[in-house]
Every structure is written in structure tokens, then in C-alpha cells.
Design a binder for this molecule. Sequence first.
Ligand code: NAD
Length: 478
Amino acid sequence: MADNPTTLYVNGTWRASADGATFDVLNPATGEVLAQVASATPADGMAALDAADNAAREWAETPARERAHYLWRAFDAVTARAEEFARCMTLEMGKPLDQARAEVTYGAEFLRWFAEEAAHVHGECYHTPEGALQVMTLKRPVGPCLFITPWNFPLAMATRKIAPALAAGCTCVLKPSEDTPLTALLFAQVLDEVGLPAGVVNVVPTADTPPMTGPMIADPRLRKISFTGSTAVGRALLKEAAENVLRTSMELGGLAPFIVFDDADLDAAVDAAVATKMRNMGEACNASSRFYVHNSVREEFTTRVSEALGAMRVGDGMSDGTEVGPIVSAKQRDHVVDLVNRSVAAGGRLVCGGHPCEGPGFFYPPTVVADLAPDNPLLHEEVFGPVAPICGFDTEEEALALANATEFGLAGYVHTRDVARIMRLAQRLEVGMIGVNSATISNAAAPFGGVKASGLGREGGLDGIEEFLETIYVGMPR
Ligand code: NAD
């Protein structure tokens, strides 16, 4: 930690903020200050945009294979320093060390995937059907981008944006979460060490985001915002982006349904329920958030999931054997406490957990709430914590209606052996991603993203690089 950079990274140089201000980064397992990080001012934000804009043309004209080489080198460097990244994430965010190591693998994979994709960007040439015109399409980078990322996956949320942007030929400014800026700065150090040209990536943490990002978003040189975070902030940014008609990618909140049918392999469903609920202490946008279980197996499922969750080891993510780390901050822990209390007041029955742990640190135990009415707040608000509400259903139509009864539409999980049913649900579940009999859907090679209030655009997969490209059409007589 002592060697982790803590200053701004602007135009290839490390420096304090314009007014010298810093903010504290806490270890959520102890509540102690881990580091003091430079807090970018509006002037620092504009300096970062100046740098990204100045570097934009040369970077766009750099051959794709050369751009890819920087990504390959960054992949190698992050992989070589995996343990350092993992420890940094556990210390500033709280996730158990083995999960932090898994995030390093996942986050680095975007660097490799988009290094491979960079060389495959191309347009098309064809004739119009009536034969009068020759159509040529070119792909151009959209231009300087602003990236705003959350705290839950401090490395992967940054690489999922930066890697496709660089592959497409875009430069950028990254504003990481104020809870987890250290991982982003460590990644900036990697990019610096692999020789990325100055200004291509700039990293500006701040304790006060809107005054810093507002002027950047209003500046016509900025051409794109890619945001990952809550739907409320996404909505506000979409309004700001409307003024200059910016390209936007929005990876927002989720409330994933997890549907277990009566023909499901119950052992596999219980394992997947625990994994999709408890990964990252439930602080994942694609975490299972509402369990809908066929009434014929609901009781058994509830008992088995409660036993598994109740037996999980809660503790400091740095300690061996910890399965559930602290919640990222006191504020987020208080949100979990409040939502569970409101859920119980509205008639939810606590099966396990439900009361915050003693400090120090911001711990909350794995919790199961059953017997919820359809309007229970836990079924409509994102808890972003280790809390599993379990409800019953009788028919496929009923399960679908319950699953779709939310403004969110990020991920959904289905457990059934019936292939025809899987295909019906794939058509009608209002989500961007569906995991079938599976505990994992995130992969750099797959398009991650949501529908409805869960966002716009896709990250990863073959779609990911398109978010950073404009299609330019050139028409000529045949
Ligand atoms: P958040 O919206 O509070 O903050 C996200 C980022 O936005 C942070 O960097 C924050 O500093 C910044 N921010 C806050 N207010 C802002 C404003 N007015 N203008 C500009 N930037 C602002 O979210 P969070 O608590 O950091 O993360 C949790 C949320 O992120 C959850 O809702 C979760 O579902 C979502 N999330 C979504 C995905 C996805 O891929 N869909 C992935 C991870 C997290």
C-alpha cells in the first residue's frame, strides 16, 4: 500500500490537485484510514480533458496493432502484479482476497480481449439494391471519453471501459469512485510503465464529483460518457449529456430475479443461489436480488439456502477463510440495515441474519427474508448487500410477471431442465442477460448490459468496441 500512487495522473504526469486538497480512503474492515488521495478540482478535470483532447488525433492515427500492443503489455503487467492489485482491492473495498484475485483475472481479460479486437475493426463496401450507389462505410473513434466508475469492481469496471476505448482509438479521462481510487491509480501506474503515450488515459479521483465532471460534460470536445453506477446518477448524467448530444453508455442498477422451477436440479440451484447472491457480499449489479421459487420446492430451497448463508464466515477479507467481507462503507451498510428493517416492517419474515454486526468495520451478516408481499420494498429497491428475499409462485406466467414487475432489467437467472421453457423465457424475461442453470454470466467475451432502467449499451463481447466507434458512410455513384 505504501507504494500505491495517491496523486492525480494527468497528461502522463503524477501531481497533486490544483488546490492541494486530499480525501481519506478507508479500510471498510477496520474503519481506519488507508491513504489520502488527491482530490481533483474542476480545473484538474479540465486539464485532464485538455490532455485527452490533445492526444486524441495521434492516438486515433496510431495503427491498430500498435495500440493493441499497449493493451497486451498492460495485460501482462496486471497479471504479473496480480497479488498487488488483489490486496489493494481487498483493503479499499473489502471483498475477500480470493474474490479480489478472481477480479484481477476478470479485469485483465478485458485488456486481452480488446487487444485482440483492435485489429478487426473495419467498414464495408456494397451497392444499393437499385444499383445506383456504391456504399462505403468507415469506422472512426468517437473521440475523447469520460468514464465514471463505481466501487464494487474497482479494476474490472475501469478496464471494461478503457480497453475497448483504446482499442477503438479513443482517449479518456477516468473518474473512479471516491471509495476505491487506489486500484484505479495502480492501473494508471501500469499504463504509465508500459509506455502509453501521455494524455491517452488520465485518472482524476475526487471527493466532489459533479462540480468536476460538469464542466467536462459541457465542453464540446468531450464526445462520450460511459458510466457504471446507480440508476439515479445515470439519469442525472443522461440529462447533462443531452446538452451536447453525447454518445452514452450506461451500466446501471439491477434487481436480478432468480427463478427456480419445479423440474430444476435443486442442488445446483442452491449452489448457484449462494454464489450469485454472495459474490462480492451481494454488492454486484448482477447479483440475484429476488428469488422466485416454485411453491412445491420453496420451503426446501429456503431452508437449504438459509443454512448455507448462515454458515458463511464473515470477517476481514485479508484473513484466510473469510467468505463474506465488510460492506464497502458505513453509508452503504446503513442502507442495507434500513432496507431490511423496512422489509420486515412490511411483513417480511427473517429466516437468518438481519442485524448488523458489531464494529469496528462495516459488517452485515448474510440474511434471508421470506413471506414477502409483492409490494415489499426489498423486491423493488436494490439492496446491494448480502440479503436474499425468497418468494413462491405456481405457474410460469406468474413467475414471469413477478420477475418483470420492476423498472430494472439487467440480469436474470433461470433454473429448469425444460429447453422449450428456456426459449420462452429468453424471449420474455425483460433483462439484458440470462443465466440458465448457471452461477456465472460475466465474461470479457460476452456482451454485458441491461434493458429498461438498467442502462444503455453493452460492455465486452463483440459489441463492446462498437460503443467507441462511429460509422461513417461515404456514397458514390456506381
Ligand atoms: P453511484 O451511482 O453512487 O456512483 C457511481 C460513480 O458515480 C462514482 O464514481 C461516483 O463518484 C459517481 N457519481 C456520484 N454522483 C455523481 C454525479 N451527480 N455526477 C457524476 N458522477 C457521480 O454508484 P455506486 O454506489 O458507486 O455503485 C453501485 C451502483 O452501481 C449500483 O446501483 C449497481 O447496480 C451499479 N453497478 C452497475 C453495473 C452494471 O454493469 N450495470 C456494474 C457495477 C455497478
